[in-house]
Design a protein around this ligand. Structure first.
Ligand code: UDX
Ligand code: ADP
Length: 462
């Protein structure tokens, strides 16, 4: 029986997952550690609304468990030492240097964790990889642990996360499935069972799937690749719909009603974002290439190519429609997060659309209900194509949507936040320069309502 869990990495995955484990298993002490002192301080903030990650329902779970059996700390060594089970939930961004640049996952944070565990551990431990990792990472972790550890036995499990941001708490409470991969040896099976017992506190047994490590690792990459492929497929049709007069929403509905296909992940958009889809597909492509499977690699790479095309197409359409020049024009972005109900902006389409418009010298104003100004500037500066000086001048972040839209030539909807639908669009129209344009990258708003007010309205795929 597990009494003590440690999770390394207090991010979008580690934070919510551990909060739910702690809430559902009050007898297990759960300590979440991170090197980032500010992040840990925010998790410990007396006002639970100030925790660093916005996720509906998360603050309630944290409020219940924090201080009881859920703790946040920067003392990584102590937490490792005390734990029977250690989750690794650190980030694995796409490599920005060297071999596999722009494609392979950067495993340096994972390796640092493994070395730290090996150095500190004094008794046997189960190490669980939670971060999305390329296939065969577990074997690397295992080697490091076995060769640097001091005779301590480690079992490595793969337990990929399938939660989606914005619905993380609901996904964790009632997952479609929990996947646990481990060694086929007796010790491996015992370790798997130990983790099954943790989840069994609230997840029905038939939803807990156990596999070998490699199947588990590959399933995570490919589940995301399949989902992203659906978005790219419907996005490819959105362009055809615009040319032919078909309506992509109607097409999506007609396709989705086929029970073999299903209705989810068929919403045409300005392009998918988030920390997982692109990274996981690139990983898959990289793995396929490294085995010499070029057709397999090209097949999956096309999903990314389509997504890049969709983002660029959206920006190009804005420029073309605004009489082929946006230089000095005010364009207001409603939304910056990669989807609604999260403050995460990683790989958000907004960043790339902004970059394209900024290089045409547009002036961009951004309103997002949950994303901070610092984050927006950070995202723009991260793009290698722009200098930070230019970006800082070209982008303004506002706290009020009506202020943000005042004197705008055009509005671009980049995130599907529900509140955008409830705005007083007449008031927004009155404050804008005429003719007033709305480019709806999420098919969120009501065409007839906006056209009746006087807007020129463009939506993806119709
Ligand atoms: C994804 C997986 O869903 C989750 O299982 C995994 O653990 C992590 O990666 P997430 O990145 O949080 O989750 O978001 P998801 O809801 O999958 O959306 C990804 C992107 O696709 C978003 O930018 C979203 O706006 C876009 N999308 C999604 C569409 O454009 N259309 C759709 O129909 C669905
Ligand atoms: P994810 O979406 O995968 O949870 P995040 O970037 O939100 O990714 O979270 C990962 C967290 O892991 C970050 O807060 C980072 O500071 C932390 N981290 C990375 N490496 C280490 C390490 N060696 N020890 C402790 N924390 C780490």
């Amino acid at each position: 029986m597990i009494k003590n869990i440690c999770c390394i990495g207090a991010g979008y995955v580690g934070g919510p997952t551990m909060a739910v484990i702690a809430q559902k298993c009050p007898h297990i002490k759960v300590t979440v550690v991170d090197l980032n002192e500010n992040r840990i301080a925010a998790w410990n903030d007396a006002d639970v609304e100030n925790i660093p990650i916005y996720e509906p329902g998360l603050s309630t779970v944290v409020a219940e468990a924090r201080g009881r059996n859920l703790f946040f700390s920067t003392d990584v060594d102590k937490a490792i030492d005390e734990a029977d089970m250690i989750f690794i939930s650190v980030n694995t961004p796409t490599k920005t240097y060297g071999v596999g640049k722009g494609m392979a996952a950067d495993l340096k944070y994972i390796e640092l964790c493994a070395r730290q565990i090996a150095r500190v551990a004094k008794n046997d431990k189960i190490v669980v990889e939670k971060s999305t990792l390329p296939v065969r990472t577990a074997s690397a972790i295992k080697e490091i642990l076995e060769h640097t550890g001091n005779g301590v036995q480690f079992q490595i499990l793969s337990n990929p996360e399938f939660l989606a941001e914005g619905t993380a708490i609901a996904d964790l409470f009632a997952p479609d499935r929990v996947l646990i991969g481990g060694d086929t040896t007796v010790e491996g099976q015992k370790a798997i069972q130990t983790l099954v017992d943790v989840y069994a506190h609230w997840v029905p047994k038939d939803k807990i799937l156990t596999t070998n490590v490699w199947s588990s690792e590959l399933s995570k990459l490919t589940a995301n690749a399949f989902l992203a492929q659906r978005v790219s497929s419907i996005n490819s049709l959105s362009e055809l719909c615009e040319k032919t007069g078909a309506d992509v929403n109607e097409v999506a509905k007609a396709i989705g009603l086929d029970s073999r296909i299903g209705s989810k992940f068929l919403k045409a958009s300005v392009g998918f974002g988030g920390s997982c889809f692109q990274k996981d597909i690139l990983n898959l492509v990289y793995i396929a290439k490294s085995y010499g499977l070029h057709e397999v690699a090209d097949y999956w790479e096309q999903v990314i190519i389509m997504n890049d095309h969709q983002k660029r197409r959206f920006a190009t359409n804005i420029i073309k429609t605004l009489y082929n020049t946006v230089s000095g024009k005010n364009i207001t972005f409603l939304g910056w997060a990669f989807k609604k109900d999260t403050n995460d902006t990683r790989e958000s389409a907004a960043i790339y659309v902004a970059d394209d418009l900024l290089s045409e010298q547009a002036i961009i104003r951004v309103y997002d209900p949950k994303v901070s100004e610092d984050q927006i500037q950070y995202d723009l500066n991260y793009l290698a194509t722009r200098s930070s000086v230019q970006n800082a001048q070209g982008v303004q972040v506002l706290q009020d949507p009506y202020e943000a839209c005042k004197d705008a030539h055009a509005i671009a909807v980049l995130t599907e936040w529900d509140e955008f639908k409830t705005y007083d669009w007449q008031r927004i129209y009155d404050g804008m320069l005429k003719p007033a344009f709305v480019f709806d990258g999420r098919n969120l708003l009501n065409r007839s309502e906006l056209e009746a007010i006087g807007f020129t309205y463009y939506a993806i795929g119709n």
